[in-house]
Design a protein around this ligand. Structure first.
Ligand code: F6P
Length: 364
């Protein structure tokens, strides 16, 4: 009997748990017996590139990969079927829409479905491909936890684990030296990683984009703390944090208007120095350490559920849908509902209330 074929790709920034999705998807597919799972390397570059790089994923290939960080399929943020970069003689790039060609190629090769594992931007791409007629299913991922329609994305808990350990470590050295140590964490325009790490690690100040800070409030908080005898503090700063009336700091990284957020912690440290407080001030930028490495068990479990569910959506021909977690169930939602509305920290949430109740200052 002719086997059915499904193509799997990981798109956008990597995050811990991608390999657990790939493994559980392949294992679930193998139970059916009449499916071949193929992987497109580096997102859809494997399909669209010259030469093509498509790999057959069987249970042997995916054996034991659930505990590995990154993605065995590789990924990219820089290209896709709607914006395929073409280098010009002067070194600049123009971008081609190759989406029709991609859909035609999928039909010619005989892929019955495509599964795109990615964050907000990647799922917006899935939705556009679906609207053009591609049988596509989405799987959400991002350490930022900022995707709507799902309670949580895998990768987030692993990032929080790393960020919390960083806070823990900074606390002991801050106390030994009587210093203010400022830690910048990722999260784009969402403060989830900073907030969770601040509560879990016991930071004194937490700055997130959803709550712009006022240096007068920060000064008052620190002076009160120092007068009380504790002459050190740890600050968890989300990379998108901003002062009241200010903006997030970043640079455009290409002409597709992606922004690389950078400088929030350094700006805050400069603002702190201008207050002439007694303790010395140092900055730590945690960066991609948060995104690499082994997924924590929670992310492996969630990712494994997503992989199984994604294959079942393919079986049910529930295209244009994305798997999602609504405690305690793994469900599916239309991709269109999931993209474009980032899930941000609600300043009136119980988690922010909890943080404030344990004396974490947001500067508001
Ligand atoms: O979206 C995930 C994320 O890690 C963000 O937290 C961060 O702003 C961005 O990606 C970093 O991107 P890059 O890997 O391109 O530097």
């Amino acid at each position: 009997m002719k086997k059915k074929k499904v193509l799997l790709a990981t798109s956008g920034g990597d995050c811990p748990g991608l390999n657990a999705v790939i493994r559980s998807f392949v294992k679930r597919a193998s139970v059916e017996g009449n499916w071949e799972v193929w992987g497109s390397m580096r997102s859809f570059n494997g399909l669209l590139g010259q030469p093509q790089d498509l790999r057959l994923l069987d249970t042997k290939v995916v054996s034991g990969i659930h505990e590995k960080g990154g993605t065995i399929l590789g990924t990219t943020k820089r290209s896709g079927p709607f914006n395929w970069p073409v280098k010009q003689p002067d070194g600049t790039y123009t971008y081609l829409d190759r989406s029709d060609e991609m859909i035609r190629m999928c039909r010619e090769i005989g892929f019955d479905a495509v599964v795109n594992i990615g964050g907000d931007g990647s799922q917006a791409m899935s939705q556009r491909l679906f609207e053009k007629g591609l049988n596509i299913v989405g799987v959400p991922k991002t350490i930022d936890n900022d995707l709507g329609a799902t309670d949580v994305t895998f990768g987030f808990q692993s990032a929080v684990d790393v960020a919390t350990e960083a806070v823990d470590r900074l606390v002991s050295t801050a106390e030994s030296h009587n210093r203010i140590l400022v830690l910048e964490v990722m999260g784009k325009m969402a403060g989830w990683i900073a907030l969770h790490a601040a509560v879990a690690g016991g930071a004194e100040i937490c700055l997130i984009p959803e709550i712009p800070y006022d240096m007068k409030k920060i000064k008052h908080f620190l002076e009160t703390r120092f007068e009380g005898g504790k002459k050190f503090a740890v600050v968890a700063v989300a990379e998108g944090a901003m002062p009241k009336g200010g903006e997030a700091l970043g640079t455009k990284i290409n002409d597709l208007s992606s922004v690389h957020l950078e400088g929030a912690a350094q700006r805050f440290a400069a603002e702190l120095r201008a207050l002439d407080l007694e303790p010395g001030i140092r900055v730590t930028i945690l960066g991609h350490v948060q995104r690499g490495g082994t997924p924590v068990p929670y992310d492996r479990v969630l990712a494994s559920q997503y992989g199984v569910k994604a294959f079942e959506l393919v079986l049910e021909k529930k295209f244009g849908h994305m798997v999602a977690y609504r405690s305690p169930d793994v469900i599916s939602v239309p991709i269109a509902e999931a993209v474009g509305k980032p899930k941000l920290v609600d300043p009136s949430s119980y988690l922010v209330h909890t943080a404030k109740s344990i004396n974490i200052c947001f500067g508001d």
